[in-house]
Structures are given as C-alpha cells and as structure tokens.
Design a protein around this ligand. Structure first.
Ligand code: NZQ
Ligand code: ZN
Length: 386
C-alpha cells in the first residue's frame, strides 16, 4: 500500500427506522437552522411535513430554502448564503439528493467567506470554517451524504467544479433507503452509474497497479452494484436491493476505496462536468456514456481487460475485448439507459466546446498528465457513437 490518511467523521444512521433518532440528533446541533430542499419531491412524499413537525416539536426555529435544482448553480448558492447570513443559523439541514447536499456544503463554507465564492471551487484556497451540516438522503448515487465534496455549476462558464475541505463533512447523515422508493426509475439508474463510475475511476486511474486489498474491494463493490442496481431498476419496490445500492454508493466515494492507491485522477468526471454543467443531461447518464467510450478506445489495455474479466465476469479467451464491450452494453440495456450522447439528444457541434472546458478542468485539478486535447476529443467522439 502507498501511504494514506483515512478520515471519515460523519456519523451515519442507516435503516428504515433511522429517522426515529432524528429529533435527538438534530437537537444536539442547536436551536436555529436553515432547511434546504429540492424542487418538490419531499412535499409530494410527505417527508417535508414529517420534518417540519420534528423541527417544531424540538423547538428548533427554522427558515426554508427550497427549489434547489438538479445540477445546482452558483446563483442559487449565493441566494441561500444571503438568507443564511440574515438568519444566522446554528446549523444547516439538507434534505434531498446530491444537489441539495452540495448546496448545503457550499453554503456552509460560503457563509464565512467574503471573497468570490468561485475561488473556492478553483482551489485558490481551501475553506477552514463551515456551519455544521445535517443530512437526510432521499436518493442514492453521489455519496455526497458522507463526503466533504460539493459540486456546483458556474452558469457563466457552463461547467461544474468541485470544492473539497475537511470542514465540509456532514455532522451526521440519515440514510433511510425506504425514502428512495419514490425515485423515478431513470434517476435510480443514473445514481447506480454515478456510483459505478466512481469505483471505475479509482480502479482505472491510480498510481498503485500491484494487486492490493483496495483494488479487490473496488471489484467487489462494482460487481455488487451491478447485481443490486439492476435488481432495483427491475423491481422498484425491493427495499433490500435499494439498501445495498445506497450503502455501496456511500462507500464508492469514501476513503475506503482509495486507501493506499496513491495518487488518482477522475478523468471521466473532468469530461462529464462540462456535459451536465452546460447541457440538459444527468451526471450519471453522462458518465455511463463516457465509461463506455473509454472502454471502447482502450479495449486492449491491460487494466480494461482486467475490468472485463474481474468486474464484468467475461471469461478469458479470444475476442475478450468484443465480449467485454458487449457485456458493458448489456448492463446499460438492463438499466434502460441510452449508450451514446447522440441517443441522449445532444448535438455533436458541442464536442470542441466540451473538450476545451474539460481541458481547463483537468488543469485546475492538476490531472492533465498523460492526456492531451486530441485524446479528449476522441473520447467525446466515441461517446457520441462514432
Ligand atoms: O428536486 P426534487 O424535487 O427533490 O427531485 C429530485 C431531482 O429531480 C429527484 N428526487 C430525489 N429524491 C427523490 C426524488 N424524486 C422522488 N423521490 C425521491 N425520494 O431526483 C432528481 C435528482 O436529484 P439530484 O439531487 O440532482 O440527484 P443526485 O443525488 O444524483 O445529485 C446530482 C448532483 O450531485 C453531483 C452531480 O454533479 C449533480 O450535480 N455530484 C456530487 C458529488 C459529491 N458531492 O460528492 C459527486 C458526484 O460525482 C456528483 O458530481
Ligand atoms: Zn460522480
């Protein structure tokens, strides 16, 4: 193993009955909160009413910031920071998916930062102070519930960047997979492919190539995610399958699956961020097409062949690459996901714009090693189905 630090301070309260513990836990954070949520699913499912009742019964004064969009924007974060500054809450409560939680984290540190908020995303400095954040998760996939990352769209630049800081881990996260039973089927599939791509990127783009326990965990989690992810899409009422998917998705972007791998880079996420940051496409869908494109271009590489054999369980032998690519396509079919950006409805005119932005992101992330603009264009072309 290469040297590493393992820090995961979020308390995870997992299970069907987890919300029973919510009043006690929430009371420990203070008496005033800003309650953040999305575009209405929590009102339709009744969760909003449950939370408001709990806040009232525990005498927690609160204001709401609802309407957070999927692929949330800097403008919304700034509005929420303004509201927070007038309210002066003891803590933030984010109820929803990655989008709501990510706004929660950006508000938590933006609250104390007087400069240009985008500086934090461009990694000009790392925030060292944040409001405490509590989370109730309603959809599986991003892993934002237990990590210290916030991903926000800059609507002028039309791409997303991520902000990280040790102060951004939620204090606690309530994960009740039964709250995800109402998630539309396509969003279940996007979540599965988002988590899958996190594991895939750690597996593919890492320093340590020698076989090791973290690599074995990555293989196991990818295989289980395929099994339970497909099951969730096929049997939407299966709580047990959903609980497996939710737990794997939390671990898929945690220190557990990068421990000892040395430096790694999220190449395909850098290519995805101009996609869902600038065009109408879900993050997980963008990644599903980019993973496919990467596999097709690099089908003969050792790591890709190992992925075919160990993760997709394709037997060694002649035509391994062909059978491996077919196995990946069949996974997307079982999840009812389009395989190419063309099928998603995007126009190829945007390829050079995408490559330009991905190049900028790779530089900001200092991950441009071993790649050039031409290879980025090649991946996008393949993702369009060339
Ligand atoms: O807005 P509402 O009405 O709540 O509806 C949402 C939204 O339309 C709906 N939904 C959520 N829970 C539901 C539900 N509908 C019915 N029943 C429920 N229980 O699902 C839709 C998608 O929600 P969203 O929060 O956008 O999805 P997700 O969790 O996939 O988050 C996506 C965002 O996370 C970022 C992505 O880039 C994207 O902006 N990511 C965050 C990461 C992180 N912080 O670590 C890492 C990831 O790589 C990713 O970049
Ligand atoms: Zn992701």
């Amino acid at each position: 193993m290469q040297d590493f630090e393992f820090y995961l301070p979020t308390k995870i309260i997992f299970g069907r009955d987890s919300l029973k513990r919510f009043p006690k836990e929430i009371s420990s954070l203070g008496k005033k909160c800003l309650f953040l949520y999305g575009q209405g699913s929590i009102k339709r499912t009744g969760l909003y009413d449950r939370i408001v009742d709990i806040l009232k019964n525990t005498s927690i004064q609160f204001e709401e910031f609802g309407g957070i969009k999927s692929n949330p924007t800097l403008v919304q974060v700034r509005e929420a920071i303004q509201l927070a500054r007038s309210l002066k809450p003891d803590f933030l409560l984010a109820v929803g998916g990655g989008s709501v939680i990510d706004v929660g984290k950006a508000v938590a540190c933006g609250y104390y930062y007087q400069g240009n908020l985008w500086d934090l995303f461009e990694r000009k400095l790392v925030p060292d102070k944040a409001l405490p954040l509590a989370v109730i998760s309603t959809i599986a996939g991003t892993g934002s519930e237990i990590n210290n990352i916030s991903v926000i769209v800059n609507e002028l630049k039309r791409y997303k960047l991520s902000l990280r800081s040790p102060v951004l881990f939620p204090k606690f996260s309530f994960i009740d997979p039964s709250l995800t039973l109402t998630v539309p089927r396509e969003y279940v599939a996007y979540g599965v492919m988002d988590a899958f791509s996190h594991l895939f990127e750690f597996f593919m783009f890492r320093d340590l190539r020698q076989n090791n326990v973290t690599e074995d965990l990555l293989v196991l989690f990818m295989k289980d995610l395929i099994k339970w992810g497909v099951r969730t899409v096929e049997e939407p009422t299966d709580y047990y399958a959903r609980s497996q998917v939710h737990w794997i998705s939390l671990l898929a972007l945690s220190p557990l699956v990068r421990a000892g791998l040395g430096s790694y880079r999220f190449l395909l996420h850098s290519l995805e961020h101009p996609l869902s940051g600038g065009y109408p496409i879900a993050h997980g869908q963008g990644l599903a097409t980019l993973v496919r494109a990467y596999l097709r271009i690099n089908r003969a590489h050792e790591a890709v062949r190992s992925f075919f054999v160990r993760v997709l369980e394709v037997p060694l032998g002649p035509d391994l690459a062909k059978r491996g690519l077919k196995a990946y396509d069949s996974l997307l079919e079982r999840l009812s996901l389009p395989k190419t950006l063309r099928e998603v409805g995007l126009s190829e005119d945007v390829i050079h714009d995408l490559a330009e932005k991905a190049w900028e992101i790779l530089h900001l992330w200092k991950a441009e090693k071993d790649i050039n603009r031409e290879s980025l264009v090649k991946i996008y072309l393949e993702a369009f189905g060339h």
